[in-house]
Design a protein around this ligand. Structure first.
Ligand code: PXG
Length: 448
């Protein structure tokens, strides 16, 4: 299908923006000065007027293969023409099984089973529910407590916001799930500022889990959930050795460990999963986003064989796990994922991210010393720059940076508080890395 520019403009220049309540958006500011996107290709977005905007954010940490890749588009089109929908409760289609075994083969250890859903939030709630149900079917139903971490983001379901460590979720949405506790976050600017990769300082913070176990007793604790690298609260790489220590403590006390890899999965840190980068096998991994390069909503959970097998008992006509979504394993999402994983393999994009990591780190850390830059962190193809807040309001400087980036400088960036986060598609070239650094420098100067 080809749209001419007049069609595009008509399709993307509505005369009334009022009916839409936008998610995680400053709605009034957006509607005064909209940031509209009509088209995308490879490393770029294009405005309805046809202006190119470099995608420094892989959309929302998801378009790892770059935008509108022909192979993925064709796979979605072909599947739409042959199989629009299959009920996945009590029925299946062949490709969803193929995809599950393919994803399991990319995961470390005995993470051999996949449960599909449609988003990161659903993946998190699915993993938490499987953890609770696992202890139930294993005769230890008193293990119900869930442990998250401060500054953790696990999506927007009630389970996810309960284990997450985001203050507005606590402030606006009430008491959330009972029986949840939190580890401390791992960021300390004094000890870690301007680190490339994993900071040396902070592994001892995993030992706080021992204190939590001492307080509640391991017999009441079902699972610990962490992002290997906290993403949306400002890019907090794990201190060296931290995740291994968490695994050891969980093993010692018979507590499940869940890695939320919704951001870190599928190449962002140079490996299929961060679990591989860190040599740690969790009991479950949540994923979404880049599994199909953000093209069709899809999420899922990887589950260790022993956990899955614990459910496979009792009469065979009875549903073993009372959970699922109408769109679990949707044929279009599955087709998109198959084509995306082909691209990751054929273009060796995870190794490419590993190879580019030092180039990326040097380029972004080159911005140290620019006005208001308090810290820069890089890991895999991820970077964050903390800016000093403006005197007249926390978050204003970064908000302005996002606006200036889009409207004036031609680069999309993500912001959280006064932190700018960058996570480009993995197809980024070395020249484009320089371009990102140059544009980011211009943005930082523009909001000085
Ligand atoms: N877990 C993690 C670790 C995430 O980063 C979710 C779960 C939820 O996924 P869904 O698909 O339900 O949104 C996420 C989502 C940002 C940003 O700007 C990050 C996310 C979502 C929106 C914005 O950093 N991550």
């Amino acid at each position: 299908m080809s749209l001419d520019l007049a069609d595009l403009h008509a399709a993307s220049a509505p005369n009334d923006l009022d009916a839409l309540w936008m998610p995680f958006t400053a709605n009034r500011a957006f509607k005064k000065n909209p940031r509209m996107i009509a088209r995308a290709k490879d490393m770029h977005y294009f405005t309805p007027e046809g202006r190119a905007v470099l995608d420094g954010a892989a959309g929302l940490w998801c378009c790892n293969a770059g935008h509108n890749r022909r192979e993925i588009v064709d796979a979605i089109k072909t599947r739409a023409e042959t199989l629009d929908f299959v009920p996945h409760f009590q029925f299946g289609h062949p490709e969803v099984f193929t995809l599950a075994s393919r994803i399991a083969s990319m995961a470390p250890g005995d993470l051999d089973t996949v449960f599909f859903c449609n988003s990161g939030s659903e993946a998190v709630d699915t993993a938490l529910k499987i953890a609770l149900a696992y202890w139930n079917v294993s005769g230890q139903g008193q293990k119900t407590r869930l442990i998250g971490r401060e500054r953790g983001y696990h999506g927007v379901g009630f389970g996810g916001i309960s284990v997450g460590g985001i203050v507005p979720n606590r402030k606006f949405f009430g008491t959330l799930l009972a029986g949840v506790d939190h580890l401390p976050h791992t960021y300390n600017r004094q000890e870690q500022a301007f680190t490339k990769g994993e900071p040396e300082w902070g592994a001892h913070l995993a030992d706080k889990l021992e204190d939590i176990v001492a307080l509640h007793d391991a017999s009441t604790i079902a699972a610990v959930i962490v992002e290997p690298m906290a993403g949306s609260t400002g890019v907090l790489p794990p201190p060296k050795g931290y995740l291994k220590r968490l695994r050891e403590i969980c093993d010692r006390h018979n507590i499940l460990l869940i890695f939320d890899e919704v951001i870190s999965g599928f190449g962002r840190l140079g490996f299929a999963f961060a679990a591989e980068r860190y040599g740690v096998v969790p009991d479950m991994i949540t994923f979404a986003k880049a599994v199909n390069s953000g093209t069709v909503p899809m999420g899922g959970v990887l589950i260790r064989k022993s956990i899955h097998d614990a459910f496979m008992k009792g009469p065979e006509h009875v549903i073993e796990l009372f959970h699922g979504y109408t769109y679990s394993g949707h044929p279009l999402a599955v087709a998109a994922a198959q084509a995306t994983l082909d691209l990751y393999r054929d273009e060796d994009l995870f190794a490419r991210a590993r190879r580019l990591e030092p180039v990326w780190a040097d380029a972004i850390h080159g911005l140290k010393g620019l006005p208001n830059v308090l810290d820069i962190r890089t890991l895999g193809l991820v970077a964050a720059v903390d800016l000093a807040p403006r005197a007249d309001g926390a978050g204003k400087r970064a908000f302005e940076a996002m606006e200036r980036g889009f409207h004036d400088i031609g680069m999309m960036v993500r912001i959280t508080g006064d932190t700018i986060a960058l996570t480009p598609p993995l197809v980024i070239s070395e020249e484009q890395i320089d371009e990102v650094a140059d544009k980011l420098g211009r943005i930082i100067r523009a909001v000085a």
